[in-house]
Design a protein. Sequence first.
Length: 69
Amino acid sequence: MQTITIKIQGMTCMGCVNSVKTVLKNQNGVTAVAASLEPAQATVQYDPEKIDPSQLKAAIIDAGFDVID
């Protein structure tokens, strides 16, 4: 397993945080997700053989948020 922290722009409430968590948890290969409003980020534990960071970031963008590199 690997862990990545992704900085996210556009989360303004706990509903946004929950949306991000749900989208990431539904990705194949993700085993754990912690997201927070302050700082605006998500920490994701994932299996690199099933998913890579670019796919995680794409899922966040598809959910309507921006990823800060």
